[in-house]
Design a protein around this ligand. Structure first.
Ligand SMILES: Nc1ncnc2c1ncn2[C@@H]1O[C@H](COP(=O)(O)OP(=O)(O)OP(=O)(O)O)[C@@H](O)[C@H]1O
Ligand SMILES: [Mg+2]
Length: 257
């Protein structure tokens, strides 16, 4: 698990040019322990930019980010992308091992265990082209968990999948996460998905401010068919209705206190 602290983080693209645009504006939050946090917000509000800054792929303009493992040392990070990003010329198992630092028997056994958890152990020798999109995404998720990251970053991993497959994968993700001790930051534009998965939802509004920080206190495992889950989903959706209008309007409205 990890301790992630984001303090007064801002990001401006094309700083000092005519195309200058501020995407994240003074964002602060902390995540630690076995917590599943979703970052939710309309398209273009800076969710992927935030994740990319946390992962170190993108630089921030001002503010601070600190990330340590909860044991105190540097944190390991894993990343699950919107598309599975498997190497087509490598088998499933070789894709799993490609991201590992060592190829020891223990590491192989761990990769096999996670592949088994997503129901694909029997497909270890298949090539990505022989798998459906949902199966490929499951390999991507198993691969990220198998590096045993302290912090797992996920950017809309189910958005390319049909509703039934996405639902099945959300259930699988919850089960794997419950068994592993990981801090997860999960980006989605889908409030319904966020309520099902998260302990906490950080809502970004256009202009890159935090609009709401919502605690989701429902028992697990949660299933889409649970009445309490559906009720809370409807409630959070209703609370965020105004964001739709904000996304269309300029200038950006002030955040709700
Ligand atoms: N390298 C870049 N240079 C300039 N602008 C960028 C760059 N990367 C992203 N942006 C802009 O930053 C804004 C936020 O992009 P980002 O990809 O973080 O949004 P998002 O919330 O993830 O959206 P979506 O839900 O559509 O994935 C967008 O307006 C985008 O055009
Ligand atoms: Mg994005």
């Amino acid at each position: 698990m990890a301790v992630l602290t984001v303090t007064n983080l801002s990001k401006t693209f094309n700083l000092g040019t005519a195309r200058e645009s501020r995407i994240l504006d003074d964002i602060s939050f902390e995540v630690s322990g076995q917590t599943f946090v979703s970052i939710v917000g309309p398209s273009g509000c800076g969710k992927s930019t935030l994740l990319n800054i946390i992962s170190g792929v993108e630089e921030h303009t001002s503010g601070d980010i600190t990330l340590t493992s909860d044991a105190g040392g540097p944190a390991r990070m894993g990343y699950v992308f919107q598309d599975p990003r498997l190497l087509p010329w490598r088998s499933v198992m070789k894709n799993m091992m490609y991201v590992q630092d060592d190829q020891s028997r223990d590491t192989v056994a761990r990769a096999e265990r996670y592949l088994d958890m997503v129901g694909l152990k029997k497909n270890a020798d298949f090539y990505p082209g022989q798998l459906s999109g949902g199966m490929q995404q499951r390999v991507g998720i198993a691969r990220a968990f198998a590096v045993e990251p302290d912090l797992l970053l996920m950017d809309e991993p189910f958005s390319h999948l049909d509703a039934i497959t996405a639902r099945g994968l959300r259930e699988q993700l919850q089960d794997i996460w419950a068994q592993s001790k990981k801090t997860v930051v999960f980006v989605t534009h889908d409030v319904v998905e966020a309520v099902e998965l998260s302990d906490r939802i950080i809502v970004l509004q256009p202009g890159g401010l935090i609009y709401e920080d919502i605690t989701i206190d429902l028992p697990r495992p949660r299933r889409q068919s649970d009445k309490a889950v559906a009720t809370l989903q409807a409630d959070v959706l209703a609370r965020l209705e105004t964001l739709k209008a904000m996304a269309a309007a300029e200038p950006v409205a002030e955040p709700v206190a």
